[in-house]
Design a protein around this ligand. Sequence first.
Ligand SMILES: Nc1ncnc2c1ncn2[C@@H]1O[C@H](COP(=O)(O)OP(=O)(O)O)[C@@H](O)[C@H]1O
Ligand SMILES: [Mg+2]
Length: 157
Amino acid sequence: MESLRMWLHSPKNILLLVGPPGTGKTYACSAMVDWLQPRLDNYRYYTEKEMMGQIYQAINTPGHDYTAQVDIMLDYSLLMFNDMGSMGFRKDDKKFRQEIWFAIVDALYEKQIPAVITTNLYEHELADVFDKRFVSRLFDHDNIVIDLSSEKDWRRS
Ligand SMILES: Nc1ncnc2c1ncn2[C@@H]1O[C@H](COP(=O)(O)OP(=O)(O)O)[C@@H](O)[C@H]1O
Ligand SMILES: [Mg+2]
C-alpha cells in the first residue's frame, strides 16, 4: 500500500487497482475519498454504473452526444472510477461501453487529470474485452498498478 500512499501525495496519471471481489477496491476508494476530502474540493467519484448512466442519459437527449458529456464528467482535478467492467459486456452494448471507456481514459491522458480506476478484470481479461491500445494505455509504465489479489477476501473473513 506504500505506492498508493505515495500516489495520493502527488497524484498523476492513473492508479489502477485490480483485484477480485472482496479484496477491498471499494473500501480503498472510500478511504481515499476520506483522505482527499479536506485536501481537495474538486474531485469526483463514479461507479461504472453511475458513469454509464450519465452517458446513456446524454445520448438519449436530442442534440447531445457523449463526447460533450465526457468533458463535463471529467471537469475535476482528480477522478475515481470504481468497478470498471462490472456491468459486464453484453454483445449489444459491448462496443459502445468499450468506446466510452476508451474515450474516458484518452481524455484523462489528454487533459492530464489524475485518476483512480478499479476493476476485477486482470490484464488478459481486459485484453479480451478491450482494444489493445486501451489496455496498453491503462498499463502504461507511468501509471501505478496495484494487484490486490494477494489481499484476503475481506467479505469472507
Ligand atoms: N483494509 C481493510 N480493512 C478492513 N476491512 C476491509 C478492508 N478492505 C475491505 N474491507 C471490508 O471487506 C469488505 C469487502 O471490501 P470491498 O471494498 O467491498 O471489496 P471489493 O470492492 O474489492 O469487492 C467490505 O465489507 C469492506 O469494508
Ligand atoms: Mg467494490
